[in-house]
Design a protein around this ligand. Structure first.
Ligand SMILES: C[S@@+](CC[C@H](N)C(=O)[O-])C[C@H]1O[C@@H](n2cnc3c(N)ncnc32)[C@H](O)[C@@H]1O
Length: 309
């Protein structure tokens, strides 16, 4: 679908009462873009494995990982990473989001797919799994019961909880969330995460830096979003339903350091030579070409890990 038409649909839906719910209904029933397919769940398990690899590479033992109190921020519809962590043996997980997207059905769907994927004896996660089976799920169980049976709690919206929680968490994961968060809200978010982490606590997040509309519009480059002014992007393209920031790695570095974090890992993935050739012929808006170097403009993905000193 043409990216701009799609953005205008989001804008129109954002302007009508019940538009966000209608959009979610469409995602679930028509476009099926949020159904827990083996591919989607498998990909999130791989992200969770990346988190575990970072921890073990940095000296955490499996027993230490099992003892971590984990916050998954921006969980979305499917708690795949918390389910993977549960299977590893974590028994104290907090799930949080700005809106309550998770339902008993999405929980159970993600569970079934996760269970299926982890049954494969060749799966690399097998080395970390505890011998315990997932808790049995009673048909028709409500979300609170499900979460309770899996030693999880859910805060959506989470601001009130986070504001009063204190330093209670050892590990925060936040998977492909921050591309939807504009500064200065991003700065507030990082300060809030800093606030809930215990000293020494770890915050890890992968973030897309490319134009996510290029996933569904093959006619545009992964850098198409760099062509527009801030005003046009904010007033015409962005909406309550789909905010897509165009931040690059310097913004994340500034926001992390501004919140007080010590950055431990900051891995940037740039476009392929073909992507970069397209970028060279793209008319990048002067607001962005003066803010970022050409290397920064070519960034497509960031994975950072930060520590609260
Ligand atoms: C692309 S989905 C990713 C969901 C999930 N983390 C995953 O990887 O499957 C983006 C998520 O970010 C959440 N989100 C958006 N703004 C947020 C904010 N300021 N704080 C926390 N979560 C936010 C959305 O509600 C949504 O659940």
């Amino acid at each position: 679908m043409n990216w701009f038409a799609k953005a205008l649909v989001f804008k129109s839906l954002s302007a009508i009462p019940g538009g966000a719910a209608l959009y979610r209904y469409a995602q679930w029933n028509w476009t099926k873009s949020i159904v827990a397919t083996p591919q989607r769940v498998g990909q999130k398990i791989d992200v969770g494995m990346g988190y575990l690899k970072w921890l073990t590479d940095h000296g955490y033992t499996l027993d230490e990982i099992r003892g971590l109190r984990h916050l998954d921020l921006g969980t979305g519809w499917h708690p795949t990473i918390p389910l993977l962590f549960h299977k590893i043996g974590l028994r104290d997980q907090i799930l949080a989001d700005v809106t309550a997207l998770m339902t008993p059905d999405t929980f159970v769907d993600a569970l079934a797919q996760t269970e299926n994927i982890l049954e494969d004896k060749q799966h690399p996660a097998r080395q970390f799994l505890s011998n315990e089976k997932f808790p049995a799920v009673s048909p028709g169980a409500d979300l609170k019961t499900l979460l309770n049976d899996f030693s999880m709690s859910y805060h959506a919206p989470y601001f009130k909880w986070a504001g009063g929680a204190g330093e209670v968490v050892d590990l925060v994961t936040c998977t492909e969330v921050f591309m939807h968060v504009e500064r200065p809200i991003l700065d507030d978010c990082f300060k809030l995460i800093y606030g809930v982490l215990k000293p020494g606590g770890i915050f890890m997040a992968p973030v897309h830096l490319f134009d996510i509309y290029s996933n569904s519009d093959p006619k545009i480059s992964v850098y198409n979003h760099l062509r527009y002014s801030r005003k046009f992007w904010k007033n015409v393209v962005s909406s309550d339903i789909m905010t897509f920031s165009r931040h690059k790695s310097p913004d994340y570095r500034e926001a992390l350091e501004g919140a007080g974090f010590e950055i431990l890992t900051f891995e940037i993935e740039r476009g392929s030579p073909a992507d970069i050739a397209k970028l060279a012929s793209l008319d990048v808006h002067s607001e962005l070409s003066t803010r970022y170097s050409s290397d920064e403009l070519s960034e497509k993905h960031l994975f950072f890990v930060a520590r609260k000193p």
